[in-house]
Design a protein around this ligand. Structure first.
Ligand code: NAP
Length: 309
């Protein structure tokens, strides 16, 4: 097997915590470079921008873009135009149209574009999907509540337009929802709470319908104490509960999965990327981002207390 030389572009929390270890474990990839204005890794060639990577390391054929979403489109375009295959962190872009543009560019250039949704690789997601496929959902609820000060310290981009605010973690729940539902869902209403001093919401309540069943969603960045990333589905054959971001699942009183949150998600992402590269196939599913765009379009905007980190 030819090992793929990959570079990490944007060397912040997720690149260091998850991409580096998963690339290290993968037989398909070799971490050949980092591209970052500040971050470096011992023993790995470092570049301050993509142009320098492209000029100096022609052996690199793929990049994983781990920057905030607001700057991802320009980097992805530059990489695809230079003939690189591209993995996008979630969300794949700051707008739907820019991702459509990247899909077309990747197709035109014969490059692989992989828009990742890491939560879909959580241990319990396949079992949840299979269990729900054989049952009728009567109602669902999603609670994704975390402390922004604990999980996103110093990440000012989250509060700037395009950074999604509470939808940054919330879109992970929507990526699971769009994967596991037997029937598609659409938004019927939303309330978005914006701190008076920020450009993105700190909390959101969404209502969906899927095959006639209501699904209520509660996203909140102000959760102190225990953190909650959970879903419940009442069906004609018992209740399914997914917890720990998709790692732990029980249905009708039986355990379907007990894993570690985030632990194996990125190993799964790199295994999938290797398969896509081997088959020269792209994979981009916009459905989680469509729901977020719908929430901004249909949602009522409520102003709440200023947020100061
Ligand atoms: P982060 O810690 O703030 O890192 C982002 C990196 O992007 C920084 O190291 C920065 O590197 C680079 N960057 C380039 N242009 C930037 C700009 N204009 N503003 C800020 N940074 C810029 O963020 P992160 O948590 O790694 O998140 C990055 C992406 O991964 C987000 O889309 C997020 O949703 C996703 N993600 C995060 C997590 C998580 O748990 N944190 C989990 C899954 C996915 P330089 O300044 O050195 O260039």
């Amino acid at each position: 097997m030819t090992v793929i030389n990959i570079a990490l572009v944007g060397f912040g929390k997720i690149a260091k915590d998850q991409h580096v270890p998963s690339i290290g474990k993968s037989e398909a990839f070799h971490l050949a470079a980092t591209v970052s204005r500040h971050g470096t890794m011992e023993g790995v060639p470092a570049h301050r921008d993509l142009a320098s990577l492209i000029a100096d390391q022609p052996e690199v054929t793929a990049v994983a873009l781990c920057t905030p979403p607001q700057v991802r489109y320009a980097l992805a375009r530059e990489a695809l135009e230079a003939g690189l295959d591209v993995l996008l962190e979630k969300p794949p872009g700051a707008t739907l149209a820019e991702v459509e543009d990247l899909i077309a560019l990747a197709r035109d250039r014969g490059r692989v574009l992989f828009a990742t949704w890491h939560s879909r690789f959580a241990a319990g997601v396949p079992a949840t999907k299979a269990w729900l496929a054989e049952r009728e959902i009567q109602r669902g609820s999603i609670t994704w509540r975390e402390d922004v000060r604990r999980w996103h310290p110093g990440q000012t981009w989250i509060w700037q337009a395009g950074g999604l605010g509470v939808f940054d973690p919330g879109i992970n729940a929507l990526s699971i929802l769009t994967e596991i539902l037997p029937q598609s869902a659409h938004l019927t209403g939303a309330d978005l709470e914006f701190p008076s001093n920020q450009e993105t919401p700190i909390a959101a309540r969404l209502s969906f319908l899927s095959g006639g069943a209501p699904i209520e969603v509660d996203f909140d960045f102000r959760q102190e104490g225990p953190q909650t990333w959970a879903m419940n589905f009442e069906t004609n054959d018992g209740v399914l509960t997914l917890a720990d971001g998709g790692a732990t699942v029980s249905a009708a009183g039986q355990s379907l999965s007990e894993g570690d949150a985030l632990a194996s998600e990125y190993d799964g992402i790199y295994a999938r990327f290797a398969r896509l590269l081997a088959g020269r196939e792209s994979e981009v599913d916009l459905s989680p981002l469509i729901h977020v765009a719908d929430a901004f379009m249909l949602g009522r905007r409520l102003i709440t207390d200023p947020f100061v980190e």
